[in-house]
Design a protein around this ligand. Structure first.
Ligand code: SF4
Ligand code: MG
Length: 322
């Protein structure tokens, strides 16, 4: 398979204004993240709130301009494109947000919500656009007759279907789904996940699926990356990550998550302490303040993400590196 997207050493720093005469400091929300997404696959990104997973999704789409690194999409480095070139590609790279209500303008009818991206990208005649709106509503499991309604007239699940329709109407190749089911009831979550999977097959879509929920990510992903304080600490095919997590942080996340077969857990690690501030992350391995296996060198040397085997399992931990 070919890589549709390659993220190389992606960085997104946010300045925090220092006090007078003090230099500006930065929150390193994303600090050197590298991974690939193959065409047609779903890569999951997991981690606790504030680990940088959403920022990674936005930075790779250039919704937030990256501070550094490269994002190679179909052989082109997005970070080197002009605004005009980027606008053309925008059509192919879409996002679905967590809160479908917050991302829909309450004063706009669903028809206009869905027409907007077509108008921005000057796609089709007016008549064709209206037809595309009806078509996309059918595709996401709503009827064309919903077009006249306003967002508040829909349930949470229906609103997320509209959010998905809006990103899908431009026929993108890559969709970043940022916590797309986190605001929904569990019973509705699986409907939306199934819809996303059906659409993936039907339209040959590639997903980056971001969630704090390990069971949701397990359900939908082919490969999964685990983030901690702005960096990937583990990346592996789904089966490996869930059956034999190598990073103590991943082991801790899986220990905490309710899973169907508790005997399959390799080891129980209870996470203690809060996530340190990304404005002032611990030295060396950023997880060392919470890691039960911490060694001296963990406090000074930052472990790089490196292969654990020849089969795509990568981990950033001194326990696995000499
Ligand atoms: Fe723990 Fe050290 Fe591995 Fe970090 S590098 S996860 S502190 S053992
Ligand atoms: Mg987030």
């Amino acid at each position: 398979a070919e890589a549709l997207l390659e993220v190389r050493d992606l960085k997104k720093y946010f300045p925090i204004k220092g006090k007078m005469f003090k230099p500006t400091t930065y929150v390193k929300a994303v600090d050197g993240v590298s991974f690939t997404i193959q065409k047609g696959e779903t890569v999951g990104l997991v981690g606790e709130s504030g680990c940088g997973k959403s920022t990674t999704g936005r930075a790779l789409l250039h919704l937030l301009p990256p501070t550094g690194g490269e994002v190679i999409y179909k052989g082109k480095d997005l970070t080197s494109l002009s605004a005009g070139e980027l606008r053309l590609l925008r059509r192919e790279l879409q996002i679905v947000f967590q809160d479908p209500y917050a991302s829909l303008d309450p004063r706009m009818k669903i028809r206009d919500v869905l027409l907007e991206p077509l108008e921005i990208h000057r796609i089709g005649s007016k008549q064709e656009r209206l037809q595309m709106v009806e078509e996309i509503l059918d595709i996401v499991g709503l009827g064309g007759h919903y077009a006249n309604r306003y967002p508040h007239e829909f349930s949470g699940g229906q609103r997320q279907r509209i959010g998905i329709a809006r990103s899908l109407i431009l026929r993108p190749s890559l969709i970043v789904a940022d916590e797309p089911v986190s605001a929904l009831d569990v019973s509705i979550q699986s409907q939306i996940l199934n819809l996303l999977q059906d659409l993936q097959e039907q339209f040959d879509l590639t997903y980056l699926f971001i969630s704090h929920d390990l069971s949701v990510v397990k359900h939908i992903s082919d490969r999964v990356g685990v983030m901690y304080l702005g960096r990937l600490v583990e990346f592996a095919p789904k089966e490996k990550l869930y059956a034999s997590p190598a990073h103590p942080y991943t082991q801790a996340l899986l220990s905490a998550a309710p899973v169907a077969n508790p005997d399959a857990k390799p080891q129980r690690i209870i996470l203690t302490g809060d996530v340190p501030s990304p404005a002032n992350p611990p030295s060396g391995c950023a997880f060392h303040t919470r890691c039960p296996y911490v060694m001296d060198k963990c406090k000074t040397d930052r472990p790089e993400l490196a292969p654990l085997d020849g089969e795509g399992h990568l981990v950033a931990c001194h326990l696995h590196q000499s």
